[in-house]
Design a protein around this ligand. Structure first.
Ligand code: PEP
Ligand code: MN
Length: 264
């Protein structure tokens, strides 16, 4: 298989317009769960960059459990995140949920994020694969390692070797954390595949004060980077406030992550 380590023994480095994922440096993508407005995403970008993140995250199309919850600012949000990132020389990652929106999202974003709920949306995987853009492929909510690898294969078979795996926790019988953060997936995926893998401790645990220790553990696991949710005012975030870090906590976590990275 194209995704397998057997087929391609060397690590694949995904070049996101100059920012290399899988090249030895631990790359951080930080930003809010949802883009809420231009001022909010600019403030998030300022914080993200101050901590050392090179890539700005933020959702404009949100896969919400309830149809009554905020669904995202859509194209308006995409414009805001692109502007905020460009002002600070950052790259953008944002989710695409629908085949019909791929061209629009690709116009504004450097990485197309496939959300956990769409890991096995095979038509969407093929279609994003065809863009040739870097694809951040989240692990499905109940996705097995084999299913995740096969999802990447749908992208790779479209001649796209820019897959970035994102471990974001899986559903288990445990309910005390939002998901069960499966860090063993990092060394396992590295053994099975040549594509880089980053961790998402925010969705992995769902509780803000557990995020920094799991981010440090992510570095220790050998991950190529992380994606983490931050917000200037987590208590008033429009989505995922309970797992979002405020500026102070984020900055402290990033110091610790840099120390961990040097020790590796
Ligand atoms: C997100 O990144 O905000 C998100 C919706 O993540 P996931 O698809 O992992 O639930
Ligand atoms: Mn979120």
């Amino acid at each position: 298989k194209l995704t397998s380590r057997e087929f391609h023994p060397q690590d694949t480095i995904v070049d996101v317009d100059g920012v290399k994922i899988g090249g030895g440096e631990f790359v951080t993508m930080a930003g809010p769960c949802s883009i809420e407005g231009l001022d909010q995403i600019r403030e998030c970008a300022r914080i993200a960059k101050a901590g050392g993140a090179k890539i700005l995250r933020g959702g404009a199309f949100k896969p919400r459990t309830s149809p009554y919850a905020f669904q995202g600012l859509e194209e308006e949000g995409l414009k805001y995140i692109r502007q905020a990132a460009d002002e600070l020389g950052m790259k953008v990652i944002t989710e695409v949920m629908d085949e019909g929106h791929i061209d629009m999202v690709a116009e504004y974003s450097d990485i197309l994020q496939i959300g956990a709920r769409n890991m096995q949306n095979f038509k969407l995987l093929s279609a994003v694969g065809k863009t040739g853009k870097p694809i951040g492929l989240k692990r499905g909510i109940s996705g097995t390692i084999d299913e995740w690898l096969n999802a990447a294969e749908y992208i790779a078979v479209q001649n796209n070797s820019n897959v970035i795996f994102i471990e974001r926790g899986i559903r288990t019988y445990e309910t005390a954390t939002r998901n069960t953060f499966d860090l063993s997936a990092v060394p396992l995926m590295k053994k099975l595949s040549h594509f880089p893998i980053i961790v998402d401790p925010s969705h992995g645990v769902g509780i803000w004060d557990l995020v920094p220790p799991m981010a440090r553990a992510g570095v220790a696991s050998g991950a190529d980077g992380m994606i983490v949710e931050i917000h200037p005012d987590p208590a008033n975030a429009w989505s995922d406030g309970p797992q979002s870090l405020n500026e102070k906590t984020y900055m402290r976590m990033m110091q610790e992550v840099h120390i961990m990275e040097k020790a590796m």
